[in-house]
Design a protein around this ligand. Structure first.
Ligand SMILES: [Zn+2]
Length: 384
């Protein structure tokens, strides 16, 4: 089996997908509002003979696109396309969505004897910045991965990295309810919700010494009163808690919630908790899939600087990796250092280096799927 016809199909369509990726850069849409990006990618898949279902899994901007070849394994490619508020595509999900769809169409058009099924899942709202983030968790709950043998995606970065971990993550909103009063005339009549929030942050800062060093507790006070002369009636903390796995995360989340209860008790405020996004697990990269992907990247002339990094961030692809064998490798879009979730990162996604990475990422994904389809050994090994 030759990959050259798949690569030729990808090369032929590359300008179109560069245009879509760059369009997404100029028109960033945040999670669950990625109507135009999702529609553009789904339309490409539909135009190339994929059976497209959209909306999907109860999400307006999710889709499932299926190309059924001959009998064989089912491989899912994950497309993301949500942007960050105010920052745009500072996580490069424009590249992710385009690479997944380009790979799938390349396989469909280029693989003569396709012994398997290719599915592209359009997975919205990976970024936790919006309510109900975690599109892939919705897909899992919908049963999308039942019968899927492997799930693959690529993520842009400042270097090529094959494996690596991610943290489990809880996204919480903590609301304190106090009692308004004149802040100078009758402060003793008031209950200060902002003070409860500040006490809570002091609790977090004390807690940091007594949790494992890879734990991350980071948040903002998104509401802290309306005027200096009114005792704040309402204060809101938006918070992420991250830990190396879901079990330890649960332990830390309990401690974090106790900090908020303590802040409420100390001030007399009431406290309420709300989970604002699906809980993300920790990423498990399948070693066999990683090795196949690595050999495909190397065959495309790429250098792999690192095979394992421990990432402090979180992704809902991690939840997929607990369901089916999965990989979440990083592809290099920049010669110089890049900070994730920055405007510089977004700007880097429309450079010639990023466009070349889009092509390479799509080819490495498609090559990996072709290897899975053609090798019973790989099929056996990844399911072990
Ligand atoms: Zn990302």
């Amino acid at each position: 089996m030759t990959k050259s016809s798949i690569y030729a199909a990808i090369d032929a369509m590359l300008p179109q997908f560069i245009a879509i990726s760059d369009w997404m850069y100029h028109h960033p849409e945040i999670g669950h509002q990625e109507h135009q990006a999702a529609a553009m990618l789904a339309a490409e898949l539909g135009a190339h003979g994929f059976a497209v279902e959209m909306p999907y899994a109860g999400l307006a901007t999710a889709f499932k696109a299926v190309y059924k070849g001959g009998d064989g394994p089912t491989v899912a490619l994950l497309a993301e396309y949500d942007a960050l508020p105010n920052i745009g595509h500072g996580c490069g999900h424009n590249i992710i969505g385009c690479a997944a769809v380009l790979a799938a169409i390349g396989l469909k058009e280029g693989l003569r004897d396709c012994r398997g099924t290719v599915i592209v899942f359009g997975a919205p709202a990976e970024e936790g910045a919006v309510d109900n983030a975690g599109g892939k968790v919705f897909l899992i709950e919908h049963g999308a991965f039942v019968g899927v043998d492997a799930a693959l995606m690529v993520h842009p970065a400042a270097r090529n990295v094959i494996g690596g971990s991610s943290n489990a993550r809880e996204a919480l909103e903590i609301v304190f309810k106090g009692k308004p009063a004149h802040a100078a005339g009758s402060p003793h009549e008031g209950i200060n919700a902002l003070d409860a929030a500040i006490q809570t942050f002091n609790g977090f800062n004390a807690l940091r010494q007594h949790v494992l060093s890879d734990v991350r507790i980071h948040g903002i006070i998104s509401e802290g009163g309306v005027a200096p002369n009114i005792v704040p009636e309402r204060a809101v903390i938006r918070l992420y808690v991250r830990a190396r796995d879901a079990d330890y995360l649960a332990t830390v989340v309990d401690k974090v919630m106790n900090c908020a209860r303590a802040g409420a008790l100390a001030t007399g405020a009431e406290v309420q908790f709300r989970q604002t996004a699906k809980r993300y697990k920790n990423m498990l990269n399948n070693p066999v899939l990683s090795a196949v992907f690595k050999s495909n990247m190397e065959a495309l002339g790429e250098k792999i600087e690192e095979t394992e990094v421990s990432g402090a961030g979180s992704t809902d692809m991690a939840n997929v990796s607990h369901e089916v064998p999965a990989i979440h490798p990083y592809i290099c879009i920049s010669e110089s250092k890049l900070v994730g979730h920055s405007r510089e990162f977004a700007d880097a996604t429309i450079t010639p280096t990023a466009h070349a990475a889009l092509s390479m990422g799509a080819k490495a994904l498609a090559g990996t799927v072709a290897d899975i389809f053609s090798s019973a050994d790989i099929q056996r090994a990844i399911s072990r």
